[in-house]
Design a protein around this ligand. Structure first.
Ligand SMILES: Cc1cc2nc3c(=O)[nH]c(=O)nc-3n(C[C@H](O)[C@H](O)[C@H](O)COP(=O)(O)OP(=O)(O)OC[C@H]3O[C@@H](n4cnc5c(N)ncnc54)[C@H](O)[C@@H]3O)c2cc1C
Length: 419
């Protein structure tokens, strides 16, 4: 079977990987000159298998006024004259209940645990893949008692779901991660999860693309998909793909176009609640003194993550619900720089760090959309939001299982096209 994968980010590449392993002829269509140059380029590098709780949670709504008014809050909201933004927000607000948040967490954990298994299997089988992959655990630190207390509550829930985690005092945090010594006195405590991993998503994508190329997967780079058009053939309802000025023939099509997916689906009458959440990262060379974290560290109250990627420190954070403009806001970059300099002052020269911003393809519930559409040959794999790197392998495997007519490795409930 010939399968077209639309989008060459981490989701599309992982999808192609499992489709090719099933023996299909696979072509990846990507508008940029290379793979992973959009959201998958310089993300936080977290393979965050146990930290999957959605942004929409019971404590979030009380924070909304602060997001609207403060320039430096970790989440920022700016209302736009954009019906899609308001629709998304309405659904987001509806999802801010304890019950919905726990349901989404359970569903996402199934997917992330499968991804963890698949990643370990992949790095064992494909030892040539080089992408700064490290399993050094993750330490989430809390600056205030209230957030630490609710995190401890979540540890109990997550233990029942299969996450191994340790609750630590501020002093214990500095023992697990000595580079935290400057921050430790300001902490209420931390939670350490030994099974978490980090890696460079862009390096992962380029290494995987090389392997895919060696396995006869075709790449149509610099080719923009301009339209998906519906056509009816007898009883079958199919779509055709228009890209690079022509129609491309294929038996099946998987849409993995990240934040651009919603606009491609609209003309087919499919409205999906997908909105870009803009985030930022800095990548700094670790200095001579090397006082950078070895484990991955998350500063929970500031919503900033730190990952050591080889000899570089990746710092990422912020979620701006401010529109579709992909350009960075220099003030947000400076505020991330200031956070890093305060948390790990000796780790790097942050003035020299490379700054980046990207758009997370987010659904209101933080659960991705994976599976069939009303069209016989169109499948979706999108909306992984803040967890696209973490969930890529499992999401890709599920799509290949569906296309191959097999039972998915984890139940798909909650991942279908929203009504
Ligand atoms: C600041 C930040 C930090 C993050 N940190 C983490 C983290 O630590 N861990 C984690 O798991 N996730 C993280 N994420 C989320 C993760 O990066 C994304 O979920 C993931 O990259 C999405 O991958 P994707 O392949 O779905 O989308 P993309 O990487 O955006 O890929 C979609 C591709 O489709 C192509 N495309 C779009 N439209 C067309 C078209 N019309 N024709 C042809 N091609 C098209 C695009 O060019 C793009 O290459 C972070 C995101 C951000 C912004």
């Amino acid at each position: 079977m010939h399968v077209l994968v639309l989008g060459g980010g981490v989701t599309g590449l992982a999808t192609a990987w499992y489709l090719a392993a099933d023996g299909h002829r696979v072509t990846i269509v990507e508008r940029n000159a290379g793979v992973a140059l959009e959201s998958s380029y310089a993300n936080g590098g977290q393979l965050s298998y146990c930290y999957v709780a959605p942004l929409a949670g019971p404590g979030i709504l009380s924070k909304l006024p602060r997001w609207l008014t403060q320039a430096h809050s970790p989440v920022r909201f700016r209302p736009r004259a954009d019906i899609d933004q308001w629709r998304w927000l309405l659904k987001f607000v509806r999802a801010c209940t304890q019950a919905q948040s726990e349901l989404a967490t359970r569903r996402l954990l199934r997917l992330s645990f499968l991804s963890r298994e698949l990643m370990r299997d992949l790095v064992t089988r494909e030892s040539s893949l080089s992408f700064d992959y490290k399993a050094a655990g993750k330490l989430v630190v809390y600056r205030n008692e209230e957030s630490f207390a609710s995190a401890r509550h979540l540890v109990d829930l997550q233990r029942d779901l299969g996450c191994e985690q340790r609750v630590l005092s501020p002093r214990e945090c500095a023992v697990v991660e000595p580079s935290l010594s400057a921050l430790a006195p300001k902490l209420a405590g931390g939670i350490f999860t030994p099974s978490e991993e980090t890696a460079d998503c862009y390096k992962f994508c380029t290494a995987l693309a090389e392997l895919l190329g060696s396995r006869n997967v075709q790449f149509m780079l610099g080719t923009e998909v301009t339209a998906l058009r519906a056509r009816t053939l007898g009883r079958a309802s199919r779509i055709s793909v228009h890209a690079g000025g022509r129609e491309i023939e294929a038996d099946q099509v998987v849409l993995c176009a990240g934040t651009a997916s919603a606009d491609l689906l609209k003309p087919l009458g499919l409205r999906i609640p997908l909105y870009p959440l803009k985030g930022y990262s800095l990548t700094a060379r670790i200095g001579e003194r090397g006082a950078a974290p070895r484990a991955s560290v998350t500063d929970f109250d500031r919503k900033v993550v730190y990952a050591r990627l080889g000899d570089r420190l990746r710092i990422a954070g912020m979620a701006d619900i401010t529109g579709r403009d992909p350009k960075p806001d220099p003030a947000r970059i400076e505020s991330l720089r200031a956070e890093a300099a305060q948390a790990f002052p000796e780790a790097a020269d942050y003035g020299l760090a490379d700054a980046w911003c990207g758009l997370r393809p987010a659904t209101p519930t933080s659960t991705p959309i994976i599976g069939p559409t009303g069209f016989d040959n169109l499948w979706l794999n999108l909306g992984q939001g803040a967890l696209g790197f973490t969930l890529a392998l499992a999401s890709g495997l599920l799509v290949s299982e569906l296309i191959g007519g097999r039972t998915p490795s984890v139940p798909l409930d909650g991942f279908g096209l929203p009504a």
